[in-house]
Design a protein. Structure first.
Lengths: 113, 111
């Protein structure tokens, strides 16, 4: 069965420091991968996605994620975080053209001044 | 192009009452999904609908919960005889092909 694991429920990091939020999935078929962000008291917004092609995908606000098929991972990284990045980040996976997203439990990114 | 709209944003119900949550998909989208987010948990799929059809309701509790997406008007998630355990954030998403766009959610509190 397909599942998504986000090992860290919270990641505290100092402002301007780099951060990595981990996401691993289990699937035996081709997958589409997504990172969504939920700012406090708001809905979810798509941050970035991997559908095909280059395994490194980037968002407009400096985040990037790399699809690693051999390690079944899609970790999210940012070289220098800002206080405005404080949010909860969710990794999600869907198999091929299957409509149903399978979600990780989320990682709260806490930025320390 | 307005995004996915949900109302109300906050809903308080007493145990035993009914809760009705509404979702208006993005213009041109005919696929709607409902998710529930319990405190400190990720999103859990509930139901997938197209206009006038329930495609997959495998995530819906067997009793008290129902969903519809009529030909005209918003999609409705209905919870009858609410209990405290129904307190959660309910998110709706819509899509036309592939990527899902989310609404701001309805936070249901059962007292």
């Amino acid at each position: 069965a397909q599942s998504v694991t986000q090992l860290d429920s919270q990641v505290p990091v100092f402002e301007e420091a780099p951060v990595e939020l981990r996401c691993n999935y289990s699937s035996s078929v081709s997958v589409y991968l997504f990172w969504y962000v939920q700012y406090p008291n708001q809905g979810l917004q798509l941050l970035l996605k991997y559908l095909s092609g280059s395994t490194l995908v980037e968002s407009i606000n400096g985040f990037e994620a790399e699809f690693n098929k051999s390690q079944t991972s899609f970790h999210l990284r940012k070289p220098s975080v800002h206080i405005s990045d404080t949010a909860e980040y969710f990794c999600a996976v869907t198999e091929g053209s299957n409509y149903q997203l399978i979600w990780g439990a989320g990682t709260k990114l806490i930025i320390k001044p | 192009n307005a995004g996915v709209m949900q109302n109300p944003r906050h809903l308080v119900r007493r145990r035993g009452q009914e809760a009705r949550l509404r979702c208006s998909p993005m213009k041109g989208h005919s696929h709607v999904y409902w998710y529930r987010q319990l405190p400190e948990e990720g999103l859990k799929f509930m139901v997938y609908l197209q206009k006038e059809n329930i495609i997959d309701e495998s995530g819906m509790p067997k009793e008290r919960f129902s969903a519809e997406f009529p030909k005209e008007g918003p999609s409705i998630l209905r919870i009858q005889q609410v209990v405290r355990g129904d307190s959660a954030a309910y998110f709706c998403a819509s899509s036309q092909r592939g990527e899902q766009y989310f609404g701001p959610g309805t936070r249901l509190t059962v007292t």
